[in-house]
Every structure is written in structure tokens, then in C-alpha cells.
Design a protein around this ligand. Structure first.
Ligand code: ZN
Length: 346
């Protein structure tokens, strides 16, 4: 039987995970229905140590859900697993136990895309916009560290992509007026319209780089960082509404900004805070979380109290800090235009 260590490691990180009895079964939170709201016990029962030739069965005991079946890589993805080796390990296990080939499973993260920011006139203008906005001195090549792609068409060309996600005319507009942020799974280019008149018709356009969009796709922007799950201190999750606000906080917030070790940085870019937060905790297998929200001024504190109520059963919120910028509407600004005002909710 194939070794299942990676799959088991991932399962161990799920909310409310508990081994039962002799360790062959476990319970955890149901990734379909979310489980019981007011219980520390997960509603999902899952085989943790399958016998030779046995698939990993699961069953949710919540009457209104009752989902059951054989654990597949798609289920792991749904729980937030994005490690290719873990997904492949499960695919191989299933192939070995059911005797069917595993080539039907297509991983969502299929390839790493190359980024290129050429030093041409349009890109120079976009770069100047970024630097003015954030008070930075980035060069075109430094933008790669933040997964910022200035030109849609350069990106498509260098990656040999032959199909556009929208009409050519609309893509022309996107290419001219948007700055791209590569999404967490590298399957979307989150295009932020920076024109004064919003020529694309909206602030964010989620551009599917290749293949078809799917309902559960994650379209958030994350600043690349390493997370150490063995670190005894709980991880910090930093969230903002938009990519610029996130970058401003990251670059200019001092000790709680990029200097802070073991922290995740993510921008909703049109998604809901709740979904972004739930996704990140699952993706990284985080149980204890210190939450920082770098808020837009217009979003009132009651909204975040509501957010806490919605997620508190899904993770252990060690602390919750909501930061506002006293000097502007959000954190997408130069350091001199940022004055942090913090409300501690937990
Ligand atoms: Zn369920």
C-alpha cells in the first residue's frame, strides 16, 4: 500500500481534527456543510489508517448533510490543500486501491507561469502609478517579488497562451488600463483598473489565465511568504480589501508589517473577508490565528464583529485587531500618509 503520510499530515491540520479510539478513524469538521456550530466535535468521520487496498471513506453525521464517499483529491482541494505532492499521493492511493487509473484527476495548479515586466512606455507609466501611490521606488524587475504583472499581453505572450479569456477588444482595454496581481493559485490574473474613469467598467477583473473558470475558484491575491507551521506562536493572518491597501500595510506598518515573521498577507479583491479567511486557515492548516484586518475607512467595526461571529467555530481566534488609516480611506498609500489606528476586538 502506498504511504499516506502527506495526506495524513494535511488531515491532521483540519479544524476540530481528533483521532478516535485506536487511531484508525478520526473526526474533523465537515468540509461540505461546515459541521455543528456549537460543538468542539467535528461532524465528519473519516478513515485515518485504511487497511491495505482500502480507500479512505468518510461520512458526515449531521443529518441535514450526510455527505459520504471515498476521499478524492478534489475533496482535499476543497478543504484548501494546494500541495501537488499531497494531491498526487491521494490520487495514487486511490488508483492503487480501486484499480482504476488516476489520470482523470487534473490538478488545479498545473504550471508555474513566468512573469515579465518589460521596460516600455506603458509599463513605465503603470510603474510610476504604483510608486507614487505607495511611496516606493520599485523597478520593473522588483515587481516580480510581489507577483505584480504590469501587462496582460506580455504575460500571455511569454507563457505561450493562445486563447484570450475575453473578447480581444475588452482585453485591449484591460491591457492598457490594468495592473495584474497573480492570484494565490496562479490561475488568475487579478486585474486592477487604475484609470481615473474606470474604463474597464469595474475595479477588479478576474482574468482566468488558462482553462475554464469554476465556481469554487479562489481569486484572492497573496504576497508570497513562508509559513512555519512548527512555530509555536500562532500565525498572523493579515487581510485587506484591495491589493494596494494590502501592500501599503505590508510595506509601511513597521513591526506588524513585513518584519513580522510567520504571517500571511492576502487581499480579497472582490471576495468576502469570511471566505478569504476560511480559505487561508484551511490552506495552511492553521488552528490558532491572530487576525489583522487592514480596513477601508468606510467599513464599520460592526462588520468585523459579525465576521468574528461567523468564523469563530471554524478556528481559534487568539486575537483580532482591526486597523484603520487615520490619514486616508485605506492603506494603499505612502508611509507619510499612513497613521495606524487600531481597535482590538479580541
Ligand atoms: Zn456535513
Amino acid at each position: 500500500m502506498a504511504d499516506l503520510d502527506l495526506v495524513q499530515d494535511f488531515l491532521r491540520g483540519l479544524p476540530k481534527f481528533q483521532l478516535t479510539g485506536d487511531g484508525t478513524w478520526a473526526t474533523c469538521e465537515c468540509w461540505v456543510c461546515g459541521g455543528y456550530e456549537d460543538s468542539s466535535q467535528g461532524s465528519m468521520s473519516i478513515k485515518f489508517q485504511p487497511e491495505d487496498g482500502e480507500v479512505i471513506g468518510y461520512n458526515c453525521f449531521r443529518a441535514s448533510c450526510g455527505v459520504h464517499g471515498m476521499l478524492r483529491p478534489e475533496d482535499l482541494e476543497r478543504m484548501g490543500c494546494m500541495d501537488p505532492n499531497t494531491l498526487i499521493q491521494l490520487a495514487n492511493h486511490n488508483a492503487a486501491t480501486s484499480g482504476k487509473p488516476s489520470n482523470k484527476f487534473i490538478m488545479r495548479k498545473q504550471r508555474d507561469f513566468t512573469m515579465v515586466n518589460l521596460n516600455n512606455e506603458t509599463n513605465q507609466l503603470k510603474l510610476a502609478y504604483i510608486n507614487k501611490r505607495l511611496g516606493t521606488k520599485f523597478t520593473t524587475s522588483e515587481l516580480r517579488d510581489y507577483k505584480i504583472q504590469l501587462s496582460l499581453y506580455d504575460f500571455i505572450r511569454i507563457n505561450n497562451i493562445h486563447q484570450l479569456a475575453y473578447s480581444e477588444r475588452y482585453c485591449d482595454v484591460l491591457n492598457k488600463w490594468c495592473i495584474g496581481f497573480v492570484s494565490a493559485y496562479q490561475d488568475y490574473l487579478i486585474l486592477r483598473d487604475i484609470s481615473k474613469k474606470e474604463f474597464t467598467g469595474k475595479r477588479y477583473t478576474q482574468y482566468r489565465i488558462m482553462g475554464k473558470s469554476e465556481k469554487g475558484d479562489t481569486k484572492i491575491y497573496t504576497i508570497p511568504r513562508n509559513i512555519d507551521l512548527l512555530d509555536p506562536h500562532p500565525a498572523d493572518i493579515n487581510l485587506a480589501e484591495g491589493a494596494f491597501s494590502l501592500l501599503g500595510a505590508y510595506l509601511h506598518a513597521g513591526d506588524v508589517g513585513f518584519h513580522h515573521p510567520n504571517s500571511v498577507w492576502a487581499a480579497n479583491c472582490g471576495s468576502q473577508y469570511r471566505n478569504t479567511l476560511m480559505h487561508l486557515t484551511r490552506q495552511y492548516g492553521l488552528l490558532d490565528v491572530c487576525l489583522h484586518v487592514w480596513s477601508d475607512s468606510e467599513i464599520k467595526i460592526e462588520k468585523y464583529e459579525q465576521l468574528i461571529r461567523e468564523v469563530k467555530d471554524h478556528m481559534n481566534l487568539v486575537s483580532v485587531q482591526i486597523h484603520y488609516n487615520e490619514r486616508a480611506e485605506d492603506f494603499g498609500h505612502a508611509k507619510k500618509d499612513i497613521g495606524i489606528y487600531t481597535i482590538q476586538l479580541k
